[in-house]
Write a protein of this length. Structure first.
Length: 287
């Protein structure tokens, strides 16, 4: 729950960095580079693990890193609550991946997930145009991040025998690579015109952000080794609640009736999904 709540506040330091002159992808790039520098001794300690499991780590790292990178960048191009809710359509993509690629059956619970989540999507995206279409680059990135996270989570499950820190390092490397590529494609470059004192302040703030981010990553991955996926899924829903409340109170961005209804529908979809996963026979977990 603590990990999810921290993710719900993740947008605050990101927006601060963006306002300080690190646009779009660059706030994320600064965070990933800083975290990787701090984790260099850990990477050296686990060098044999990387050599033994590089294929698994490459697969999960690139996919989850892509999800994290796109999610981070989306906050620059859309409203906070839209970015959070569009990412949290992940249960839809997880359900569809299970149906299409894993041969899972369309149970009433899975049908309920799809209906609730697409209703939530319609309420969030379809209020202006009547069609639930992304209205800006941020919406597209947030939607894609949820799809990549759903695919990458299968890689994390396959790599469960790999220790947590190599997974986190792979995830950060994947995020960094995708963010550099995104920056080149989008064409956003830092506009830092700062004094040495402002640069020192920015460095201190980034150090504070790194000190918060590393425990957040650990708190997200470590529980999955002890708790069932269904329980982890429910507990991490604290992100949507904290994110929605913090966006309402602190972002100064629109948060009206459609956003509230969309939040409720997507939380319900996620709860139905994890309840369905908990009730599924053990055989279905072999995937």
């Amino acid at each position: 729950m603590a990990g999810g709540a921290m993710w719900g506040l993740y947008w605050l330091p990101l927006l601060y960095l963006q306002q300080a002159g690190l646009p779009g992808t660059w706030a994320g790039i600064a965070l990933y580079v800083g975290c990787l520098v701090v984790l260099l001794p850990v990477a050296w300690h686990y060098r044999r693990t990387f050599a033994a499991h590089w294929r698994l780590l490459l697969f999960s790292g690139i996919l989850t890193g892509c999800a994290f990178s796109l999610y981070t960048t989306s906050f620059s191009y859309t409203d906070v609550i839209r970015a959070i809710l569009l990412f949290y359509l992940t249960p839809v993509w997880g359900t569809l991946i299970g149906l299409v690629f894993l041969g899972e059956r369309l149970t009433p619970a899975r049908l309920g997930v799809l209906i609730l989540a697409f209703l939530g999507l319609y309420v969030i995206l379809g209020t202006d145009t009547g069609w639930p279409l992304p209205r800006n680059l941020g919406d597209v990135l947030a939607l894609l991040s949820g799809i990549f996270w759903a695919a990458g989570s299968f890689g994390i499950l396959q790599a469960q025998r790999v220790p947590i820190w190599p997974q986190i390092i792979s995830f950060l490397i994947g995020s960094l690579v995708i963010s550099v590529l995104s920056s080149w494609l989008i064409g956003d470059w830092p506009a830092l015109t700062v004094t040495p004192a402002q640069l020192a302040h920015l460095g201190l703030f980034l150090a504070f952000f790194i000190a918060l981010a590393l425990p957040m990553f650990w708190l997200t991955l470590a529980p999955a080794r002890i708790l069932t996926p269904a329980r982890v899924g429910i507990l991490l829903m604290s992100e949507v609640v904290v994110g929605a409340v913090s966006a309402l109170l602190l972002s100064g961005q629109p948060f009206g009736f459609p956003e509230l209804i969309g939040t409720i529908l997507i939380i319900l979809a996620a709860l139905v999904e994890v309840k369905g996963a908990a009730d599924a026979p053990a055989a279905s977990h072999s995937h």
